[in-house]
Design a protein around this ligand. Structure first.
Ligand SMILES: Cc1cc2nc3c(=O)[nH]c(=O)nc-3n(C[C@H](O)[C@H](O)[C@H](O)COP(=O)(O)OP(=O)(O)OC[C@H]3O[C@@H](n4cnc5c(N)ncnc54)[C@H](O)[C@@H]3O)c2cc1C
Ligand SMILES: NC(=O)c1ccc[n+]([C@@H]2O[C@H](COP(=O)([O-])OP(=O)(O)OC[C@H]3O[C@@H](n4cnc5c(N)ncnc54)[C@H](OP(=O)(O)O)[C@@H]3O)[C@@H](O)[C@H]2O)c1
Length: 531
């Protein structure tokens, strides 16, 4: 019997296999239905450019190459990076390609039976489920009324060739909807984008020569979530002051975000594709589609707009969570009802979900790596899951926390988490959260990079299980600190406001005040937890 079978050789499966090997679990096999690594990125639209920079997208202990810190990889480049990673860490030898899993069945005595489409079976003590949560398309119900027009999902979209000169509706304004709308609006006769709520919070990939996501750091994201509203207004004012139609359009679209925490209460759409489609290519935003007439040739949107002579509809409406080969109790898998979005109460540490936590901002890759590290420690027995009752309690507290922060978005996107909170939660479980106070005094330059540079995976390699201290220090020293831009300034304003509030409260309780001030200044932990 194998110690672990990893299903999927996308980034999640690769990093999990690597972590298992590195923790000494050699009886591991990774099963991949395709004939190569890369997951979603091996099979998506032709012009895909990542929305997370190389700095954020890299795995903690495998360098991206000097000079790439501010670069955004294309899909081919990121797949090449993962191939080199898998080669370097001996992962490729453990992958069986062309191996589609069709059933995973718990065994009475121990472990799982894993059956492939070829008829072969394997037994394993544990399973890591790294099949991705962007694979089963989700559609609005009215799709079924589209009998007279072509329709497709962004999962199938490759390029705009099929839409030249047509009247096309794109449904949804997340990153897929934005990219697809820009490409189609360049060649279509008319391109509309239907938004039910909003586009999520739009930010550019780059600000000047800086990758904008480098400002997704502790210095800013450690502020109380409620500051998100004021913070959003401050950054919108600066966008407007640029007197640029694309930036004005960003503000109009972001104004549709109705969450009480503004930018921190929704998902990020880290591309300017949609504003550019609107300003440069005449793309029009309409409301939710409420009525379908003539088999879809005529569509009526929420604010009364009539879309006439529609030729095609592209649904960019995201994905649902479903894994056909799992036991029926967990096949409609809801990550938000799993312990740390990873472990189901029934099967506990026998099956671990990797890649089922999607951050509002930040990147999914460092998250997968932290999950893989935690899962590997569970497999070696160095970490254990809490007892059932405690696990249930933590799960419901987390769920309530994310519902409070993300409101309706957490209901639709069950994988949604706050990047910093989630990474630190896992780091605490692993035992690798960096002691920022220590670095503040001993290595202030490193501290600056960890607090005011991207909170990517490398800073979690400085201590604890899996530490690679010398390498981590070397890599962190090469990672950029964010520029002192309007976003960082708006964050500093928040630090001053909440620091001041904290002082007032502290005067009432001076001992607590001293402790909390030290913690907030040095560790840039969430102020919301302490004041
Ligand atoms: C278009 C797109 C762009 C994205 N860009 C970014 C970005 O820039 N930054 C970011 O942080 N996140 C991004 N994401 C989100 C997320 O990082 C990706 O979805 C990522 O691919 C998830 O990795 P994964 O390994 O969990 O899943 P996947 O990449 O989906 O890999 C899963 C693997 O499992 C295999 N598999 C599935 N079922 C079976 C089976 N039954 N048997 C055997 N193998 C199976 C699949 O073939 C696949 O290779 C993007 C998502 C999409 C859809
Ligand atoms: N370039 C890139 O790197 C890139 C490109 C594409 C995707 N991605 C990533 O891939 C993942 C999936 O992105 P995605 O854009 O495909 O999905 P998504 O982010 O989940 O966005 C789906 C969009 O569809 C809307 N929607 C959902 N159901 C709807 C319905 N029934 N009717 C009308 N509108 C509906 C949502 O609006 P509401 O707000 O109203 O729910 C949202 O605007 C994300 O992690 C994203 O970051 C990255």
């Amino acid at each position: 019997m194998l110690d672990c079978i990893v299903i999927g050789a996308g980034p999640g499966g690769l990093v999990t296999t690597k972590e298992l090997l590195e923790q000494g679990i050699s009886q591991v096999m990774c099963l991949e239905q395709a004939e190569n690594v890369g997951g979603v990125f091996a099979n998506t639209y032709d012009n895909l450019v990542l929305t997370s920079s190389c700095t954020y997208s890299m795995f903690s202990d495998f360098w991206i190459g000097d000079g790439n810190q501010q670069v955004f990889w294309t899909k081919n480049e990121v797949v090449e990076y993962w191939k080199s990673y898998a080669q370097h860490f001996g992962v490729l030898d453990k992958i069986r390609f062309n191996s589609k899993v069709i059933a995973v069945t718990p065994q009475e005595n121990e472990g799982w039976k894993i059956q492939l489409a070829s008829g072969e079976t394997f037994c394993s003590k544990r399973v890591a489920l790294a099949v991705g949560n962007n694979s089963i398309p989700s559609y609005p119900q009215w799709k079924d009324s589209l009998t007279e027009v072509e329709f497709s999902h962004s999962k199938q979209y490759r390029n705009a060739d099929n839409f030249v000169g047509k009247n096309v509706l794109v449904v949804g304004g997340g990153e897929s909807g934005s990219d697809v709308a820009l490409e189609i609006s360049r060649v279509a006769k008319n391109c509309w984008v239907s938004l039910r709520n909003s586009t999520g919070w739009i930010t550019p990939r780059k600000r000047g020569s800086y990758a904008a996501d480098i400002a997704t750091h502790r210095g800013l994201y450690g502020l109380p979530k409620e500051y998100g509203h004021t913070f959003s207004q401050l950054i919108s004012q600066v966008e407007l002051s640029k007197k640029d139609p694309v930036h004005e359009t960003i503000v109009q679209l972001n104004d549709k975000v109705k969450s009480k925490n503004g930018i921190w209460g929704t998902y990020g759409t880290k591309t300017l594709s949609l504003p550019k489609a609107i300003v440069h290519h005449g793309c029009k935003v309409v409301g939710e589609i409420l009525r379908v007439e003539n088999g879809g040739k005529t569509l009526i949107a929420a604010e009364g707009e009539t879309l006439a002579n529609v030729d095609a509809v592209v649904f960019c409406t995201g994905y649902k969570n479903y894994v056909s080969f799992l036991p029926y109790e967990i096949n409609e898998i809801d990550p938000s009802s799993c312990y740390n979005h990873m472990f189901h109460s029934k099967y506990r540490d026998k099956i671990g979900l990797i890649g089922w936590a999607r951050p509002g901002f930040g990147s999914q890759f460092p998250i997968m790596e932290m999950q893989a590290r935690f899962f590997a420690l569970i497999c070696t027995g160095e970490r254990t899951l809490p007892a059932y009752e405690e696990m249930e309690q933590i799960k419901s507290m987390d769920r309530a926390k994310y519902l409070q922060q993300f409101e309706h978005n957490a209901t639709r996107i069950r994988s949604l988490v706050d990047y910093h909170i989630y990474m630190d939660d896992l780091a605490n479980l692993i035992g690798c959260k960096p002691p920022l106070w220590k670095y503040f005094f001993l290595y202030p330059r490193l501290w600056l990079r960890m607090v005011y540079g991207a909170t990517q995976g490398t800073q979690f390699r400085l201590r604890g299980p899996g530490k690679k201290e010398a390498l981590a220090q070397e890599l962190i020293a090469k990672l950029p600190v964010s520029s002192f831009n309007h976003v960082v300034k708006a964050g500093l304003k928040g630090r001053v406001i909440y620091g001041f509030k904290s002082v007032i409260k502290g005067l009432i309780n001076p001992v607590n005040f001293a402790k909390k001030l030290a913690r907030n200044l040095l560790s840039a932990d969430s102020l919301s937890n302490s004041i």
